[in-house]
Design a protein around this ligand. Structure first.
Ligand SMILES: [Zn+2]
Length: 289
């Protein structure tokens, strides 16, 4: 389940594989970018913004300032104040949603992570091959227009600009929304997915249906969200229990009908908004239900 920490890890994998490298070939297996060619372009950096991935590229020196072929959002490169042509900076945007992934391979490695028909992008340098599987919202835009793709996001739990006060302000602006929905709304705070949502509410003893205004110690909940994602950054197994053993990594998520690790009550699962939620009815009482 790609949540903020998984996307952060993925951005780091791409950064280590490609940052500073000049691409020798690219292949896009999506209609909107099918004729795009990034050969000769240099990868500057790979960063995560909430659950969005941004791969920033620079045009070849003296070369064409726009990627060859059809692009989305292509705009003329504006001249700088002194009349010189700026190095064109473009951003390849992708989103993992529920099932997307990027993997880095050495040249000659077998691409074993996923079936070949899920491949959407291949980026090659002399040192590495980055393969994007089942990516969503794939777009190549001038870096100056990144905000159109990620500007709506709330403070990034794992970003350099993490701002708990702003996240709280945004959450409090919609006081009647169930807290489980509010935590998933990336406009409030960016990075929490369904797994951490369920686990956070269990850890704080809060029913998922509690309106935001009735959550005791909302700042504590937000602070715990940041700590939980940060603790899982740098590894691929997501754990809220502290255990990395299979079957022991969560308190409630994915554990329907299994006994609560605290009180033994059967964990419940129910639709809430567009997503399912897991909770313990005893540890997370809801007076209204
Ligand atoms: Zn319980």
């Amino acid at each position: 389940m790609p949540e903020g920490d998984t996307v952060w890890n993925t951005a780091r994998v791409l950064h280590r594989a490609l940052a500073g490298a000049t691409l020798t070939a690219s292949e896009f297996r999506v209609p909107q970018l099918a004729t795009t060619d990034l050969a000769g372009w240099t990868v500057r950096e790979s960063v995560a913004r909430g659950k969005h991935l941004l791969l920033r590229l620079t045009a070849p020196a003296g070369g064409d300032a726009t990627p060859a072929g059809g692009t989305i959002g292509a705009a003329p490169v504006a001249a700088t104040a002194d009349g010189s042509t700026p190095a064109a900076s473009w951003t390849l945007h992708s989103h993992l949603r529920m099932d997307g992934a990027w993997r880095a391979y050495a040249p000659g490695d077998r691409w074993s992570a996923r079936p070949g028909h899920l491949i959407r992008v291949v980026l090659r340098s002399t040192e590495a091959v980055a393969v994007g599987y089942h990516l969503h919202e794939l777009a190549l835009v001038p870096s100056a227009e990144e905000e159109q793709l990620v500007g709506h996001l709330g403070p990034d739990l794992l970003g350099p600009d993490w701002d708990p006060a702003e996240a709280l302000r945004r959450l409090a602006a919609h006081p009647d929304i169930p807290v489980a929905e509010a935590l998933l709304d990336q406009r409030n705070l960016a990075g929490v997915g369904n797994l951490y949502k369920c686990e956070l509410l269990f850890l704080r003893g809060v029913s998922p249906w509690t309106p935001v205004r009735a959550v005791p110690d909302l700042p504590g909940l937000v602070a715990l969200a940041q700590r939980l994602l940060a603790a899982n950054r740098g590894r691929w197994t997501q754990s809220s229990t502290g255990s990395l053993h299979r079957g022991q990594t969560t308190y409630v998520y994915g554990r329907r009908a299994q006994p609560c690790r605290r009180c033994g009550t059967a964990i419940r699962k129910e639709e809430l908004g567009e997503r399912v939620t897991y909770w313990c009815p005893v540890c997370q009482p809801d007076p209204a239900r």
